[in-house]
Write a protein that binds this ligand. Structure first.
Ligand SMILES: C[S@@+](CC[C@H](N)C(=O)[O-])C[C@H]1O[C@@H](n2cnc3c(N)ncnc32)[C@H](O)[C@@H]1O
Length: 183
């Protein structure tokens, strides 16, 4: 999930959405250079308090000049300014209504700097595995989410990388914003 941002050498603006308890955050912080800027958006106040206490505060003590801002808010409303070179998104899209998935993905694409990359993950085969356990409306919802992902990949040079080592196996989905393309 965080491989691309490790390759970039120039100062960069990074955004993490839905960090939860912070497994990706730790990896992002390890790759952070002194002139980089990291914004983190998490809706859950308990997770925000945990991130601040266990991960961000110790990091700030080691790197007092690090530019890190935690927004405890939904990504739909977070007061973010400017655009980002990399966005790492840990939102569980398969649990969301399709309309919300589409609007969040579009919103994240508008927050990307041209040439920037958005990466999110989905568990491999999750829609197929879930399908027998949900009602017809639930199956249609999962199919629509699958289609939204396909359209986004087609529109934004999308690539899916299979990560067998994850438990359960997952895909990292990378979308790129071309010049003049936000939606
Ligand atoms: C699947 S969890 C975190 C995954 C984490 N990256 C990991 O690998 O363990 C998703 C997180 O997204 C947060 N979240 C859900 N909806 C959100 C929203 N609209 N805006 C920001 N964060 C949200 C949840 O509170 C949760 O912490």
């Amino acid at each position: 999930m965080t491989r691309s941002l490790r390759r970039s050498r120039r100062p960069k603006r990074l955004l993490e959405v839905g960090p939860g308890t912070g497994p990706f955050t730790k990896s992002i912080l390890n790759a952070l250079s002194p002139n980089d800027e990291l914004h983190i958006v998490e809706i859950n106040e308990a997770f925000c308090a945990h991130l601040e206490k266990e991960i961000l505060a110790p990091f700030r003590r080691r790197m007092p000049n690090a530019k890190i801002k935690l927004h405890c808010a939904p990504i739909e409303d977070a007061p973010l300014e400017g655009t980002f070179d990399f966005i790492v998104c840990g939102l569980p899209f398969n649990n969301f209504p399709p309309k919300l998935v589409r609007s969040i993905l579009r919103h994240l694409m508008t927050l990307l700097t041209p040439g920037g990359e958005l990466v999110y993950f989905e568990y491999a085969g999750v829609r197929v595995m879930k399908a027998p356990f949900v009602d017809p409306a639930g199956r249609r919802r999962l199919q629509r989410i699958g289609k939204i992902g396909k359209v986004m990949r087609r529109q934004h040079e999308g690539r899916r990388e299979f990560v067998l080592g994850n438990l359960p196996p997952a895909f990292a989905v990378r979308l790129t914003r071309g010049d003049g393309q936000g939606r």
